[in-house]
Write a protein of this length. Structure first.
Length: 95
């Protein structure tokens, strides 16, 4: 007879896992913070500079893309830390 863990159920066809590795990403607050930060950087890049004085743009699109990349890396690290060692329920389908 096969041994099961607390996360598994023995069925007629075999063992079925009741939990997934993690919960859905859309249920996390860091997703909303990430989206807000990306929008803030994009809006700031649009509004700052281009004063028409022929000078350089103090916050260029290149800098904005660099900051968005940094935010994306930070978000991926935050999700990785949040997912490590946690389990979600397979019946948890609401987004």
């Amino acid at each position: 007879m096969a041994t099961t863990t607390n996360n598994d159920v023995q069925t007629a066809r075999g063992t079925r896992r009741l939990t997934t590795e993690t919960g859905p990403a859309t249920k996390t607050t860091e997703l909303m913070a990430y989206i807000g930060a990306v929008l803030a950087v994009a809006i700031a890049a649009l509004l700052v500079g281009d004063g028409g004085d022929g000078g350089t743009d103090p916050f260029s699109a290149e800098q904005a893309l660099r900051y968005i990349t940094f935010l994306t890396i930070g978000y991926m690290i935050a999700r990785g830390l949040a997912k490590s060692g946690t389990r979600g329920n397979n019946n948890d389908h609401d987004a």
